[in-house]
Design a protein around this ligand. Sequence first.
Ligand code: SF4
Length: 731
Amino acid sequence: MQNTVTPTHCPYCALQCGMNLTSAPDGTVEVSERADFPVNRGALCGKGRTAPAVLSSSVRLTSPLVRSEGGSLVPASWEEALGRIAGRLGRTRAEFGADAVGVFGGGGLTNEKAYSLGKFARVVLGTSQIDYNGRFCMSSAAAAGGRAFGLDRGLPFPLEDIPKTGCVILVGSNPAETMPPSLRYFTELKENGGTLIVVDPRRTRTAEQADLHLAPRPGTDLALALGLLHLIVAEGRTDEAYIQERTTGWEETRAAAMAHWPEYVERITGVSVPQLREAVRLFCEPEAAMVLTARGPEQQSKGTDTVGAWINLCLATGRAGRPLSGYGCLTGQGNGQGGREHGQKADQLPGYRKLTDPAARAHVAAVWGVAPDSLPGPGRSAYELLDALGTDIRALLLMGSNPVVSAPRAAHIEERIRSLDFLAVCDVVLSETAALADVVLPVTQWAEETGTTTNLEGRVLLRRRAITPPEGVRSDLEVMHELAARLGGEGGGLEKGFPVDPEEVFEELRRASAGGPADYSGITYRRLAEENGVFWPCPAPAAGPGPLHAAGPEAGALDTVSDGPARAGEPRTGTGVHPGTPRLFLDRFATEDGRARFVPVSHRAIAEEPDAEYPVLLTTGRVVAQYQSGAQTRRVDELNAAAPGPFVELHPRLAERLGVADGDPVAVVSRRGRAVAPGRITTAIRPDTVFMPFHWAGEGRANTLTNPALDPISRMPEFKACAVRVEAARP
Ligand code: SF4
């Protein structure tokens, strides 16, 4: 037998780097360079390089576990485990109503799983109570993008455009740690004569590469953007012809910005007026420029308005919907983009359709073979859903998420999870959340299953199965199929709507998304394999035979795709194959009138400002060697050696005041709890702020401290700024 080489993609972040997986007859799996994938051109970070370690980890789950009478988790057969889940979910539904059963998904699930999970919740369980951890990732950018442009796609242009623009403002993003292979786009930008401005309260590895680093106080980047817009107007740098032709709402936005004098903004943010002026000069002088945001501005209780303020900056200067210019969000999770498009979000149906739109309900209901009225309405957002556990929501099915570590106010959420009548978790290892479950199902992971993801550029990709999963492990799709069979009630047969073959699920997803904002109907597994990914929207051909037409109009309603007006940036190719849409909005935005909408916003304080009792700001984030809640990466020796545990980054002046030396235990206390971790003293952080990475559980869990104050539109919690007290934690 010979080695098998499979071209595929990394299981972790939204860059979705291409890699080759070589599996040997002895079962070993190695990662090697895959230079033909344009996004990373072979480069990988340590997480991607070591990803196979989780496949064969000694802590990998290979048998279902059920809670014994004695209270411990013990191995059980699949039959018993599935029977218990179906029995408890069914009884909860019968006794307390469908909304007493909750479903919680993840931004790492493939498109097929996310699609099936949304359908499972609404068709099999009949519950409205479904949301996912992607709500904690980029929902504010999605809300702001939708509000301004009529459509949310993380980047409306491919990454390859970045080196060709004139200036990039990177707001609250640290790709040097979160997605290192992407850093080359910014390096090339500088080599080509462009400039990089980084906005971050910390002097991160990315900020060190910047031509200009602005370090605002956490939670004040909305004011910063307004101050820049004020100067742009005052210096006569707006693009009036563009504003006139391609936007609406400028006058109100202009007036709001003019109320934010540079000196006032300096007082709020700590960024000096000369630095503001320099940023404006660098951004406005070149012909093209971009603003890219990430979790910094997004994970705030005013995240939608903060991102909106940066979008306004682009619109006022004519830097959106033009070549090499625009606003984009650097999505974080592996399938953060696709995961928010196909129905596991509380308010959404596949194809990025709205659950409240009667036409969308009718279309998707037809594909699913159910009555539109049978589909529940929108449910609670992620934090609100987790907060309702044990009260309104009595039983929970959780897939691909670890909220005990990743949710804000995590000790409270852990307590809510413990108070459930019943919890079922599908995972590859016994995460901190799985350890609390009544039933744990061991499921396949990336290299053991085929499926699609959509990277931060909106490029739909095929991850191929490269190895056989361990015995005893089944895929999430099989789990939903089996549970549908058991929960089908009289007549049964619901499982037929939940195929276990991912390509079959994708074929249905194509029909369900056809005509929607995120239209995948022209994408097939074959194209994905041949073309190295396809950018959505990609409608099916206007005419001609194919699997979609064969399915019949009642199943696919393809006619909604063929004759409608061209969407923003969408090339029409007659009856040929649609090439996909790498660049959006070049001709028109996706709003009804084709114009982008300015939305006036004003500075407001974070939900919890420092005071005498809690005088310091806490901000949280990531380190290069760990991923999200660490459920997978904390099982990899090489990554643990590089990033063994949590820490508290603090300025020497604060350390001196506390009397702590580098490495001493430091306690960080907020109104929600206390965390302790070794101090790391550095001048790279503001003296009024401490930083903690959030990848770990236990005593150093950063999310014990974070504030669940929600953005009123995106329902994003305020992970990025809360008031804390910092103390030496000597024994
Ligand atoms: Fe690429 Fe992200 Fe995987 Fe690292 S974690 S290899 S940056 S996809």
